[in-house]
Design a protein around this ligand. Structure first.
Ligand code: GSH
Length: 228
């Protein structure tokens, strides 16, 4: 049995949630916790202590293997449970999947820094910096434009079927749009169309954001004076 300790929302946890909903692997049990600033059911110290990072998601396999980073968790499950394959079926396809995953991972780092140093939600938690917010917002949108130029008009991002690339992309773009109300720039027409196609899938259903936090976070572009 593979155990996964996770949150029900948040861009890194949601990568795993979308992936599991698509893969539907047998023998994987998920325990959901609430975010640390909510009172009930927060991750207990013994779960956080499983990794030096202490962040979620965390995976623990029956032999004691622990994996504490979302992309490594996806790869680990792919290695342990081969079907359906979600990494692409040829070397070229697999490279394409990895390329998209890494570009979106970088995009999310920039997005996270933008929010951390510019969002009303981070006031009092992190030092706000207009300069950092602007630089990171620009880098986030630049990553989306790169994706736009790499992807095709139809289907999934990197293959004829759902791959890790779609799961990671959806988790990022959904979080940006639904929690911070940051849309996909209109010039990214292919990415925009893919997003609305993929949003129809049950795996991409809107996660349960805490409403109070969402309301404060909403409007990141206005809060930081950022335009496309
Ligand atoms: N790079 C890590 C980041 C994970 C992460 O930052 N998780 C956040 C939730 S989105 C978290 O656990 N935050 C609460 C905490 O660290 O206490 C990954 O990919 O798994």
């Amino acid at each position: 049995m593979i155990e996964i300790f996770n949150f029900a929302f948040g861009p890194y946890p949601q990568r795993v949630n979308i992936y599991l909903a698509e893969k539907q692997p047998e023998g994987v049990a998920v325990t959901f916790y609430a975010e640390p600033d909510r009172r009930a059911n927060t991750p207990p110290p013994e779960i956080r202590a499983l990794t030096p990072m202490g962040s979620l998601p965390i995976l623990r396999d029956a032999d004691g293997t622990v994996v504490g980073q979302s992309l490594a968790i996806l790869e680990f499950i792919e290695d342990r449970i081969r079907f359906p394959d979600m990494r692409g079926s040829t070397p070229a396809e697999r490279a394409k999947v990895r390329q998209f995953v890494h570009i979106f991972d970088e995009a999310l780092t920039f997005f996270g820094l933008w929010a951390r140093h510019g969002s009303a939600l981070a006031k009092g938690v992190a030092r706000s910096s207009q300069e950092v917010a602007e630089i990171c917002a620009a880098r986030y949108f630049a990553q989306l434009r790169i994706i736009e130029n790499l992807m095709s008009e139809e289907g999934f991002l990197a293959s004829g079927s759902v791959t890790l690339a779609d799961c990671v992309a959806m988790a990022t773009l959904q979080y940006a749009r639904d929690f911070y109300s940051v849309p996909i720039p209109s010039e990214c027409a292919r990415l925009y169309a893919w997003f609305y196609r993929f949003s129809e899938r049950p795996s991409a259903k809107r996660p349960p954001y805490p409403e109070e936090q969402r309301v404060t976070a909403n409007g990141l572009m206005d809060q930081t004076g950022v335009r496309f």
